[in-house]
Design a protein around this ligand. Structure first.
Ligand SMILES: C[S@@+](CC[C@H](N)C(=O)[O-])C[C@H]1O[C@@H](n2cnc3c(N)ncnc32)[C@H](O)[C@@H]1O
Length: 712
């Protein structure tokens, strides 16, 4: 178990007990595992030729596409996925259930395609039998793409502003404590260490202690070794390479005093206990792989682990999202945040992919395409349905667009700047009721009416009137209102008031000023109440709009993260291809060297040597054979049966097939057509795998010996 106690000692972290190395699937050399097909497990050095690689890559791409099409229609079966996660958990102690499903599924599909397995159930069976494939899948899921000084602009801000401030604030020689969870092979940790060392004026005390952790053991081993290929020169300046690295045969090794600032350990960020009292956490490009449940857990862990106002650095496509009460932005562009003081935080539910509520379409009385005259015609139509009283047509801004009939008793020009605003033109006594009626028509989208309005105008006789507001929709979906004024006949009013007086004798006559003021006050109160209600509704709408924005924001964020993940996946495939390519180049070089050696050996032996394949075709011969047997370059590939040999030997073919069948060399003395004696040696041609693929013919000139013996 990874222990908190080993942190902060400054000494290199103790290694975890190594896991027993996974067993290979029980297959014989050269034999394919039926479950695995002809595939190459990770780390195997089964090298294909360029054409073979091309064919294999095409196959993998086609199978991945096929799996995707199937997967696109139906996600991977839940039950098998759970089983797969259980296998990974049992073997590696990491639960991937709450990682982002698209990334995980893509990685699984990729492995399935590589292993030529078509269903997840089969793949789970394969994982059960093959710990090696389980390892390969685990390594594939943990995308370990990283580099030195990744996102240089971020390191510029750190070196210029953040690190100097942290160093200034530390108390006497106490090192700044930094944690880099998900540090992969350590490049980020060493980059930070270098940035701190560069910013530190005091070269005697270590200015920083950096804890680099990752769930991948091989990554941590590489980080501890601190040995990187020569290609890091693309991201590390020559000056830094000179100052902080030592050149070695295998690339660059991080210097001891930089490594001394760094402690590496295997740690599962989502399960194991965190560090504490940290000044800085750099967790870049890890959160993009985690689902909301784990993101929430990790954010709370970071909040706990940091000191007050400690810094949190995230990757370029990561943000604190919903955790604005835990952290505040310090530099939004570089994704640098600072811990906020003790929040009262509730668990925040993840707001998923919610569709914004469909906007309610208001139904207008009339819908028509056309211009203002059409609009007027429309207003006419509405009016004709009535008794054509006096009135005005207004828009939503209360501006009068058209006067209809005699509106003088109800409206008058207001002093001051010329205005056609209906509310400004309303005669004394009309305003409160008019406002309520318009407001109600606007709010409910239905006609509204107010009766018993007592109007008094300067010099005009007092009248009692009603106002009616009819809403309707214009050609461009804008809202209009037809405001109609009805003068109530004096007789009707008198009758009404008499009736009223009969039922409520205590009521004062309507003409009395107190009564009028009371009525106006009531109307104003009613209007205010409706305004308050409307305000509340508006607040509610604003709140829900804000939630919608937030959820769209999160969707965008997650799309962004998806893109970043896909980019990293591509980068990791690219790295794999580069490694494969390097390996191929090495093989190519070795082959070239072996070929040169062979050519030199064959040229330097005087006696003729000919190599035949199992079909008795000439594969190679040396200059001695060219001279003695009259062979030319064009004879390569031709059968020995078709050649006019200089040797007098009828049963050569039978002899060769006998050697191939019995796997035994044979020797015999033969003569050429000129009567010269040779010792012919026929040996089986064996490959490194001990397979027989033809024969080697060697002719040794024994003419002199033969003549000497003959002359005795
Ligand atoms: C893409 S790398 C990021 C490397 C580095 N932080 C950078 O930005 O260059 C993601 C790393 O997160 C690690 N990782 C994934 N899940 C983890 C977990 N639960 N705990 C710790 N590390 C994890 C992976 O092993 C991998 O090395």
């Amino acid at each position: 178990m990874w222990m908190t106690a080993q942190m902060g000692t400054g000494s290199p972290a103790t290694k975890r007990a190594p896991r027993s190395s996974p067993r290979r699937p029980p297959t014989k050399k050269g034999e394919a595992n039926p479950a695995l097909g002809r595939s190459r497990p990770a780390g195997d050095s089964d090298i294909l030729g360029p054409a073979g690689i091309g064919k294999d890559l095409r196959g993998i791409a086609q199978r991945t596409a096929a799996l995707k099409t199937r997967g696109g229609a139906a996600p991977l079966p839940e039950g098998d996925l759970v089983r797969l996660f259980q296998l990974l958990y049992a073997a590696r102690d990491v639960d991937f259930t709450h990682y982002k499903p698209p990334t995980i599924e893509r990685r699984i599909r990729r492995r399935m395609a590589a292993m030529k397995v078509h269903s997840l159930a089969d793949y789970v069976r394969l994982l059960t039998d093959s710990p090696q494939e389980l390892d390969a899948l685990y390594a594939d899921i943990l995308i370990r793409v990283t580099s030195f000084f990744r996102d240089p602009a971020v390191f510029e801000v750190l070196s210029r502003d953040v690190i100097p401030a942290m160093l200034r604030e530390r108390s006497d020689n106490e090192p700044v404590r930094v944690w880099v969870p998900g540090c992969a092979s350590g490049e980020e940790v060493y980059s930070l260490a270098i940035a701190f060392l560069e910013a530190s004026a005091d070269s005697y005390s270590s200015p920083v202690q950096i804890f680099g952790t990752d769930v991948s053991e091989p990554a941590i081993d590489r980080a501890r070794a601190g040995l990187y290929p020569a290609t890091i020169a693309e991201n590390v300046s020559p000056e830094r390479l000179r100052r902080f690295f030592t050149t070695s045969e295998d690339g660059y090794r991080v210097n001891r005093y930089v490594r001394d600032c760094c402690v590496f350990a295997r740690q599962n960020l989502t399960q194991d206990p965190p560090f504490s009292r940290l000044d800085f956490i750099s967790c870049r490009n890890v959160m993009i792989y985690l689902g909301p449940v784990l993101q929430r857990r990790v954010m709370n862990i970071f909040h706990y682990a940091l000191r007050e106002a400690g810094y949190l650095l995230l990757g370029s496509s990561e943000t604190i999202g919903n955790f604005g009460d835990l952290f505040r932005a310090s530099d939004r562009k570089t994704r640098l945040y600072q811990k906020s003081a003790s929040p009262q935080r509730q668990a925040v539910p993840y707001i998923g992919n919610t569709q914004p509520p469909a906007r309610r379409e208001k139904t207008g009385m009339v819908q028509e395409q056309g211009s203002i005259p059409n609009l007027f015609r429309e207003a006419d139509n509405v009016l004709l349905a009535r008794i054509s009283p006096a009135g005005v047509l207004i828009n939503e801004q209360m501006e009068i667009l058209q006067f209809r009939g005699r509106t003088g008793p109800f409206l008058e020009l207001a002093p001051g700047t010329a205005s056609l605003n209906l509310l400004k033109m309303a005669r004394q006594g009309l305003l409160a009721d008019l406002r309520i009626a318009i407001h109600s028509a606007h709010k409910n989208d239905t006609p509204a009416r107010r009766d018993g309005i007592h109007l008094r105008g300067d010099g005009n006789p007092a009248i009692t009137a009603s106002v009616e507001v009819l809403p309707f929709t214009g050609p461009a979906k804008e809202r209009f209102y037809l405001v109609l004024f009805h003068e109530q006949p004096a007789v009707a009013i008198e009758a009404k008031s008499k009736k009223k007086r009969g039922s409520a004798a205590a009521e004062p006559p309507p003409s009395r000023p107190v009564e009028r003021l009371k009525r106006e006050l009531d109307a104003t109160r009613e209007y205010l109440q409706s305004i308050i209600e409307e305000q509340e509704t508006m607040n509610e709408e604003l709140r829900s709009a804000s939630q919608e924005t937030q959820s769209s924001n999160e969707e965008l964020q997650s799309t962004n993260e998806e893109l970043e993940t896909a980019k990293e996946e591509l980068q990791s495939s690219n790295e794999e291809l580069t490694t494969l390519n390097e390996e191929l180049e090495n093989r190519h070089e070795q082959l070239g060297r072996a070929n040169n050696d062979l050519l030199n050996i064959l040229t330097s032996v005087d006696f003729p040597v000919v190599m035949l394949d199992s079909g008795l075709r000439i594969r190679r011969f040396n200059p001695g054979a060219q001279r003695t047997l009259n062979l030319v370059a064009a004879d390569i590939g031709r059968s020995i049966r078709d050649l006019k040999m200089t040797l007098v030997l009828d049963q050569l073919e039978e002899l060769i097939t006998g050697v191939i069948d019995r796997l035994e060399a044979c020797e015999l003395e033969v003569q050429d057509r000129a009567g010269r004696w040779y010792l012919l040696r026929i040996r089986p041609y064996k490959t490194m795998e001990n397979r027989v693929e033809g024969v080697v013919l060697v002719l040794i000139d024994i003419n002199d010996v033969k003549r000497l013996v003959g002359s005795r």
